[in-house]
Ligand binder design. Structure first.
Ligand code: NAP
Length: 279
């Protein structure tokens, strides 16, 4: 049975550290502040925003919830972002999707200065990441790297296989793994012999959004498997992309869902806000 990479415990430790840092910043007169911009009535998106606000509250980070109407125009959203970009009391900005139909999210994201783009969502932040410049990478990608670090998993020279090439997870994570000197292969829906490629991995990271898709055939014995997937089943349960029952018998280590990458991601968003405030 594989070792469990406990994201819940790790997230609690990160939050404890952040509480102390927020206290230190408060002594210097700074309250880390995170602005969340929504223009939607999508229940999942609004619930996600509420969960970030609650987590921020718990460590003493102030939040500014900018709720625009689901019918907001490009101009209205861009004005809100420009105000937050200028506002010295705001350190981090998240533009939550979905946005009203027909609005180009990237044309809005570029209005978030890289120093406040704590989820590395802007094309500018993505460009900085690929160019090797200091920047905030997407929180989920950073969360996976932090988990690998916490559990002292060697990356230098190893074979890392990234399943999924999205802009929020797969691509930035592949870059971070490459920066850590892993030999990185990126797979996607057109990859031939996915199981063959995946089972060469010493570290296998799965972010494809397919419930329980990855079984033991995709996994080399003793490999470290990180499951980024969060899928809600018809009976309301959250399951990962990895079939933990079969994979945990073969892998050396596995991150669970729930309680793996998810809670660490939220903690990293808060950590980035505190870093942005201390800069
Ligand atoms: P996405 O934008 O839908 O991208 C999915 C990627 O997986 C695409 O690159 C796609 O390939 C690839 N893919 C889909 N089916 C595949 C298959 N059968 N074989 C190989 N590759 C396949 O998803 P995402 O935003 O990256 O999210 C992925 C999962 O992670 C979702 O379950 C999401 O909920 C979860 N997630 C979790 C967190 C967290 O904090 N825990 C954060 C973000 C996302 P193509 O490019 O060829 O289409």
């Amino acid at each position: 049975v594989s070792k469990i990479l406990d994201g819940k415990k790790m997230a609690a430790e990160i939050r404890e550290g952040l509480k102390r840092e927020v206290g230190e910043l408060a002594k210097k007169g700074t309250t880390p502040t995170l602005a969340l911009v929504t223009a939607s009535d999508d229940e999942a998106a609004l619930a996600y925003v509420r969960s970030i606000i609650k987590a921020a509250d718990a460590v003493g980070i102030k939040t500014k919830n900018v709720e625009l109407s689901p019918g907001a125009t490009f101009l209205e959203i861009s004005e809100a972002l420009k105000d937050l970009a200028k506002d010295k009391s705001v350190h981090g900005i998240i533009l939550q999707t979905p946005l009203p139909a027909g609005i180009d999210a990237d044309e809005l994201r570029v209005l978030i200065p890289a120093t406040k783009d704590i989820d590395g969502a802007s094309p500018l932040s993505a460009g900085r990441l690929v160019s090797g410049l200091s920047t905030f990478a997407p929180a989920t990608a950073v969360a996976v790297m932090e988990m690998l670090k916490e559990y002292k998993i060697t990356l230098q020279g190893i074979r890392a296989v990234m399943l999924g090439r999205s802009r929020v997870v797969g691509k930035p994570l592949a870059h971070l793994l490459l920066d850590a000197n892993a030999t990185v292969t990126i797979c996607h829906s057109k990859t031939k012999d996915l199981a063959g490629v995946a089972s060469e991995a010493d570290v296998l990271i799965v972010a494809i959004g397919k419930p329980n898709f990855i079984n033991s055939k995709f996994v080399k014995g003793g490999a470290v498997v990180i499951d980024v997937g969060t899928n809600i089943t018809s009976d309301g349960k959250m399951v990962g992309d990895v079939d933990s029952e079969t994979v945990s018998a073969k892998a050396g280590a596995l991150s669970p869902v729930p309680g793996g990458v998810g809670p660490v991601t939220t903690a990293i968003l808060l950590k980035h806000t505190v870093i942005a405030a201390s800069l």
